[in-house]
Design a protein around this ligand. Structure first.
Ligand code: NAI
Length: 399
């Protein structure tokens, strides 16, 4: 029986996928559990679904010998000891694309609101002023949007912005196929000098830290708008603050911050608080009902595909083997230490037990190798036990 345990109120779309695939033993928990409770809950679980608050460290993974795969029903996977999971033959999956559209829609919406100075106008009406001036208010149509980082989100933003009549430029460190009429800008400075709205969609990390600092912000068009819904580290907030105060930039929208509050009661600390031409949101770019539902489905489908066919496409810590139809009378999933001769050993073990290999796929990653073997013959307990107990074996399962 494949027991599936889901923590942290994962969207019901996940359970629907499991049940539709014939996995009915699904236990759900509304929240994250304490380490002791988690330890108990993991016992006997074949598949586990978590979000960001459940930490699966090496000790917990070692104490869950039945665990075959982990689904992170979110983008990040830092909460799992990925190497420890890999060394136990446990692939970890996540949902890198499920909230792409949600972020892209927010960015386009903010660009339009800021071009029209709606945040300030909204605040003025709330304060009792009926100021109907058109000064400083512009249509999005015909304006230029500059996208820094033309990956999943950046390219979606470009598509939406073109539909609203904007000219779109992008700058990326990799060569990317432009969608629609979007144009690549090899030089960041050129993009900054041409764009009425600049939006950032790069990863975090050292290479992108403060991409927007005093120098690059100064290179933006006077009166331009800056939007950041990527990572808090990519914009120098003091430099942005100074550019907004001086009027060099007319507005900004930030969904991410260098230091973000850890709970609902902890306030954000930022010099931008109180500025009426700045939209501040609490890192909710990807948080919509649709994205939660998509995440539930996307990760559950990856887990089901792994259990039913051994496919590890999209695993973040594991050799990736794409889907192939099952051939032969049985499919054996074998994870081994990545050492010379491992394949020979595996093939010999199968031959010794009368199994003929119909097809075999191998991928290695770091210290482990992963082989999917479709075989003809009687895949009984004796052969599975021989495979499982061999010194090269990390883990071995039958589909
Ligand atoms: P992605 O990996 O698909 O795209 C990132 C792009 O940035 C790639 O094309 C890459 O080549 C490019 N890039 C990397 N370094 C660059 C540099 N120095 N200059 C120019 N381009 C560079 O990532 P995706 O899915 O589009 O996510 C983008 C960002 O959005 C990430 O930082 C992610 O963490 C963040 N994000 C924020 C959310 C929110 O709620 N606000 C939700 C989801 C993602």
């Amino acid at each position: 029986m494949t027991r599936i345990v889901l923590f942290e109120n994962i969207h019901p779309s996940a359970k629907e996928v499991f049940v539709a695939a014939g996995f009915n033993d699904v236990v759900t928990h509304a929240s994250a559990l304490s380490p002791d409770e988690l330890n108990d809950a993991l016992r006997g679980a074949s598949l586990v679904g978590i979000r960001s608050r459940t930490h699966l460290d090496a000790a917990l993974l070692a104490d869950a010998p039945d665990l075959r795969a982990v689904g992170c029903f979110c983008i990040g996977t830092n909460q799992v000891d990925l190497d420890a999971a890999m060394l136990r033959g446990v692939p970890v999956f996540n949902a890198p694309f499920s909230n792409t559209r949600s972020v892209a829609e927010l960015v386009l919406g903010e660009a339009i609101l800021l071009l029209r100075r709606i945040p300030e106008k909204n605040a003025r009406v709330h304060q009792g002023y009926w100021d109907k001036t058109a000064e400083g208010a512009f249509e999005a149509r015909g304006k230029t949007l500059g996208i820094i980082g033309y990956g999943n989100i950046g390219s979606q933003v470009g598509t939406l912005a073109e539909a609203a009549g904007m000219r779109v430029l992008f700058h990326d460190i990799e060569a990317k196929l432009p969608l629609g009429n979007v144009r690549a800008s090899a030089a960041l400075k050129r993009l900054l000098g041409q764009s009425d709205v600049v939006t950032l969609h790069v990863p975090g990390g050292k290479a992108t830290k403060n991409i927007m600092d005093a120098v690059t912000i100064a290179a933006m068009k006077p009166g331009a708008i800056l939007i950041n819904a990527s990572r808090g580290s990519v914009v120098d907030i003091d430099a942005l603050h100074a550019a907004l105060l001086s009027g060099h930039l007319s507005g900004a929208a930030l969904d991410v911050f260098p230091v973000e509050p850890k709970s609902v009661n902890e306030p954000l600390v930022s010099p931008l608080i109180g500025m009426q031409n700045v939209i501040l949101t609490p890192h909710i770019g990807g948080s919509t009902q649709e994205s939660q539902e998509n995440i539930g489905r996307e990760v559950a489908e990856k887990l089901v595909r792994y259990i039913l066919s051994g496919t590890t496409k999209g695993a973040v810590n594991f050799p990736e083997i794409p889907y192939q139809e099952v051939a032969g009378t049985g499919r054996i999933l074998h994870v081994h230490r990545n050492l010379p001769g491992a394949m020979g050993t595996l093939s010999n073990l199968m031959a010794e037990h009368g199994l003929n290999i119909v097809s075999q796929q191998l991928q290695t990653r770091g210290q482990i190798g992963y082989v999917i073997s479709d075989v003809e013959g009687n895949v009984n307990d004796t052969v599975m036990s021989a495979l499982r107990t061999h010194p090269i074996t990390v883990r071995c399962d039958l589909v």
